[in-house]
Write a protein that binds this ligand. Structure first.
Ligand SMILES: Nc1nc2c(ncn2[C@@H]2O[C@H](COP(=O)(O)OP(=O)(O)OP(=O)(O)O)[C@@H](O)[C@H]2O)c(=O)[nH]1
Ligand SMILES: [Mg+2]
Length: 271
């Protein structure tokens, strides 16, 4: 079993996000830009011979993503070493991520130990909603950041009790754009599309749907009342993510949840 500490050990001091363990160990500050990246920014501020500062623009996206990818690989190795299946749940705000996880912890989570890391800009509302005696939960508040990154997840996971845990759910910040670029080290990326959003979202936000292993069509209980065209939505999902497994479900009525739980069981069986 891989017991190497998961979070980066560099003494970064910036508090740009916060961990609120709903159970487990004490919170600690997260890491921000550091090392080579700060050096790159400093190098961008060239000084001319007459002392005048010339500002060069630097594209930070590549180094930021490179750093994230390294940490994501580290997370992946850690999850693998512990025999954990990690799922990254992504959707626009309010598509039903927390409600699905509440049901999943209450049903599936009674017999299979699960843990959750949940990210939001502000509040620990979702963390408190998900808190259960039988499930370890950590809430991350990102401040102004519109997605979780691998470092935040590493810190969140360190505050969890992972003893006997088979499935780690990572509920990302509600956003259909930014989370697409940030690998968290998950094994499975789950994208939710709710009937309240309209059928066209896969066409309008293709990167996140292209990256999905599983697409959940949620809130199907209200599809008819909304005039939501399921066949059109399914067609759009298949056009953008032809390889994704699609499950239609309602966390309210329970429709489709058995298929979701069967999928989760299949992940454990593969470990
Ligand atoms: N009718 C219906 N409503 C649902 C269903 N699932 C969730 N909702 C409602 O949708 C709203 C948003 O649900 P959440 O689970 O908080 O959504 P979320 O994706 O976690 O939201 P953020 O964390 O803010 O991104 C709540 O009012 C839920 O009760 C469902 O299956 N059917
Ligand atoms: Mg939520």
């Amino acid at each position: 079993m891989n017991t190497t500490p998961l979070a980066p050990t560099s003494p970064d001091t910036d508090d740009d996000f916060a961990i609120h363990p709903l159970s487990g160990a004490a919170s600690r500050p997260g890491s921000a830009l550091s090392g080579p990246l700060s050096a790159e920014i400093t190098a961008a501020l060239d000084q001319s011979p007459d002392g005048e500062v010339r500002v060069r623009s630097v594209d930070l996206r590549v180094p930021l993503l490179e750093k994230n990818d390294i940490l994501a690989e580290r997370n992946r190795g850690y999850f693998l070493g512990r025999g954990l299946a990690a799922l990254n749940l992504v959707s626009s705000p309010g598509a039903g991520k927390t409600t699905l996880l509440e049901r999943t912890l209450d049903d599936f989570g009674r017999t299979t130990k699960c843990a959750v890391v949940v990210g939001d800009l502000e509040t620990d509302n979702d963390g408190r909603r998900l808190s259960r005696p039988h499930a370890s939960v950590a809430q991350i508040t990102t401040g102004t950041t519109c997605h979780l990154d691998a470092a935040m997840v590493a810190r969140g996971v360190e505050s969890l009790d992972l003893d006997g845990v088979k499935i780690l759910f990572i509920e990302n910040v509600g956003n259909l754009v930014c989370p697409a670029s940030f690998d968290l080290g998950e094994q499975v990326r789950v994208v939710l599309l709710s009937t309240t959003e309209g059928e066209d979202k896969p066409l309008k936000y293709p990167p996140i749907f292209k990256s999905a292993h599983v697409v959940l069509l949620t809130k199907v209980d209200v599809a008819d009342a909304l005039g939501f065209k399921r066949d059109v939505a399914l067609d759009n999902i298949r056009r953008i993510s032809p390889h994704a497994k699609i499950i239609q479900l309602s966390s309210r009525t329970g429709e489709g949840l058995e298929e979701w739980y069967a999928f989760l069981r299949s992940l454990i069986a593969k470990r």
